[in-house]
Design a protein around this ligand. Sequence first.
Ligand code: RAT
Ligand code: ZN
Length: 418
Amino acid sequence: MENPQANRISDPIELRQCVQNIVAEVPTIDMHTHLYPLEFGGLSLSGIDELLTYHYLVAELFRSAAITPEEFWNLKKHEQADVVWRSLFVENTPLSEAALGIITILNSLGIDPNTDDLDAIRDHFRSPNKAEHVNRVFEIARVSEVVMTNDPFDSAETAIWDKTGKLDRRFHAALRMDRMLNDWKTTAREFSYDENVSGKTVTKLRSFFDDQIASMKPLYMAVSLPDDFDHAAKDARNLLIREVVMPTAREHSLPFALMVGVRRGVNPALRSAGDGVGKGDMRSLEMICAENPDVKFLATYLSRENQHELCVAARKFSNLMPFGCWWFLNNPSIISEITRERLELLGTSFIPQHSDARVLEQLIYKWSHSRRVVAAALYDSYERLLLAGRVISTVEIERDVTKLFSGNFRNFVGLGLV
Ligand code: RAT
Ligand code: ZN
C-alpha cells in the first residue's frame, strides 16, 4: 500500500478538482439493479423505446399529456415511446431527473439531444453488436459489475437459469423474496405450500432456496417492504423471515437486504408507475438486527423522513449497512442531503448509491448524476477537515472513494477485492 500521507493537498481548489476526478473515474459495483445479461434474451432491456417507457417517466407523462392510462397501455411500446417523447421532451422541457437522464444518455452516446426527431434517435440505437454496446455502456458509466434482482418464483427467469451455462460474469444475482414475504397466500397456493407455514412447509422452502442458491449464487437475499412493516406483528411474513430467511442467511452466509417504505399500487391504473411512498418504522429494523447479530443486513428506506434514523440505527448495529438513495430519493437535491448526513454520522462506512436501472443505458445517467453529487458532498467533508487542521492526501481520497463505490459492498457480501 502506498504511503497514505503521500501527495497531501492543502489547496482547496486543487482538492476539489482531485476529488471530482477520482469520483468520476473510480469503477463502481452497482449493488441493486433490475438489469439482466444478454443471455436472458427479452428480459435484458436496452434502447430508446425502453428508456422512454421507463416507469419513472410514465408517471410524469400523465401530468403533462391528455392521454388516459387506459389509452396509453393499449398502445404498442414504440407508440408509447412516441407519446412520452412528444409530451415530455418536445412540448415540455425535460427538467425532471428522469427526463434529464435521457438527455445525459443521448449526449454521452454521441447522439444529438437537441433534435425533436425520435426516429433519428432510434437509428442511432440500432447497434449491430449488442455485446459491444453493453461493454460501451459499462465503460462510459464506469460500472465494473452489477447486481440483478432475481425472482426464484418466476418461471420465466428460472427456466433461463436452468438452461444457461455461463453468464456474463459482470452480472451477479440477488435472490428476491417479495413473492414469498409480501404475497404469501398466493405463492403458497401456486406452489402447493401450507398457508399456515407448517414445519413441513418450512423444510420445503429451505430446500427450495438451497437449490436456488446453488444455481444462482446470489450475493444477498432481498425484499421490498411496505411502510407499515412491523417485525413484532404475528403474521406469516415475520414467521417466514424467522423460520426460513434467517436460517438460510446463516447457513449460506448471505446478507439480507431490506428495502422499506413502498406503498404498492397507490394508483393501480398506472401499473408499474403507480407505487407510492410512506414512512417506515425504524424499530422493526433495529429489532431484526438485534435478534440476529450473526446476520448482516443491507437497508434502504424510500422515505426522506427515515434517512436520519437509518444512520442512527447503523451507529448502533455494525451488522447493518445503509445503502443507496432509492427511487423517489434518486434526485440530486436529496442525494446531496442524504450523503452529507451519512458522511457526518457514519464516516465512509456506508454505500452511497445504487442505480435501480431497468434499462441498460440508464447506468450512464444514474451514475454520472450521482457521482457529481457525492463528489461535492465528499469535498465539503475534506474541506472541513482541512479547516480543522488535517491535510488529506490523494492516496487517502482514493482509499475512501474506493470504499464508497465498491469496497464496502464487496466486503459486506464477502465478494473479495479486485
Ligand atoms: O425503482 C424502481 O424501479 C422500483 O420500481 C422498484 O423496482 C424498486 O426498486 C424495487 O426493487 O422494488
Ligand atoms: Zn429496485
